[in-house]
Design a protein around this ligand. Structure first.
Ligand code: 48F
Length: 260
């Protein structure tokens, strides 16, 4: 066999094995932002079969660009143990007690690396376009290649079955939106619907991100900005402690749901 052929067949075989294994999961996570990456790592470490489906080529969500493309972000004291678990460096801000800066590229790459090293899989350039909904429960995801989605090609998708689905899609809460629009489910919110994100209020937004991180319908969970959008929390901009703590909280909730 030629080198060209050996290389190509190795990639195809390896990827197909990974995809086959990813078609039935304990936890299917949509979106690879910071909250989802922390959740994936914590769940992977607990031995759960978990995969992230991320629309973009590069996972990491809103972490890469820092604040307005100044590639530094801020976290609070409470989130430092999570950064330390991933081996991501941070620096105290002398004149802002309780706050620390870190390089946003180190954060994005560190979170991705940590999630993968825990055993979680990441399928990038894959968009989730629908949910599997059977017997009154969310049972999984409907996936397709992002280029297929972007080009509007008429190509049928594949499905992933999962015990738990985590919406980590950020501000739009895409999966919970699909569930309310198409499956007509009532969420565990005061109105049964998505309340919608409020404008910026840093301290309030950070606290509500963690408080709003939970299960909103049997088998359907939300973390990060998605949770905040569902429960009408405030936004907070380039401070990321709440996102990291949200990922850790949801992993704990899902793991106890799965008996791990
Ligand atoms: O928004 P995002 O970074 O998620 P997050 O964990 O973090 C929010 C912060 O980055 C920032 C903030 C912090 O203060 O406010 O915004 O809530 O990442 C969400 C990821 O989900 C992907 C999207 O490409 C992004 O990388 N995504 C969204 N919808 C889909 C999706 C979908 N339908 N299928 C696959 N991926």
């Amino acid at each position: 066999m030629s080198s060209e052929n050996l290389i190509s067949s190795a990639i195809v075989r390896k990827f197909c094995g990974k995809l086959l294994d990813g078609l039935k999961l304990d936890v299917a996570i949509v979106g690879g932002g910071p909250s989802a990456l922390v959740a994936a790592r914590d769940l992977g470490k607990r031995g759960l079969k978990v995969a992230i489906f991320e629309r973009k080529l590069a996972p990491g969500g809103g972490t890469w660009g820092g604040g307005m493309l100044f590639n530094e972000v801020v976290v609070q004291d409470e989130a430092l143990p999570i950064l330390d678990d991933f081996g991501i460096r941070h620096e105290i801000i002398a004149d802002a007690p309780g706050y620390h800066t870190l390089d946003s590229v180190e954060m994005a790459s560190g979170l991705i690396f940590g999630a993968l090293q825990s055993g979680a899989k990441i399928f990038n350039s894959v968009s989730v376009e629908d949910i599997v909904f059977k017997d009154g429960k969310v049972n999984g995801l409907v996936i397709n290649w992002t280029p297929v989605e972007r080009l509007g090609m008429h190509v049928d998708p594949l499905t992933v079955i999962a015990d738990c689905v985590l919406d980590g899609t950020g501000h739009p809460s895409e999966i919970i939106r699909l569930a309310t629009d198409k499956a007509k489910i009532k969420l565990d919110t005061p109105t049964g619907a998505i309340l919608g994100e409020k404008p910026m209020w840093v301290d309030n937004g950070e606290a509500s991100t963690v408080a709003n991180t939970r299960e909103y319908f049997p088998g359907l969970f939300a973390c990060g900005m998605s949770a905040n959008n569902v429960m009408g929390g405030y936004r907070m901009g380039p401070v990321f402690g709440g996102m990291l703590l949200s990922g850790r909280k949801i992993a704990g909730l899902i793991a106890s749901r799965c008996g791990k």
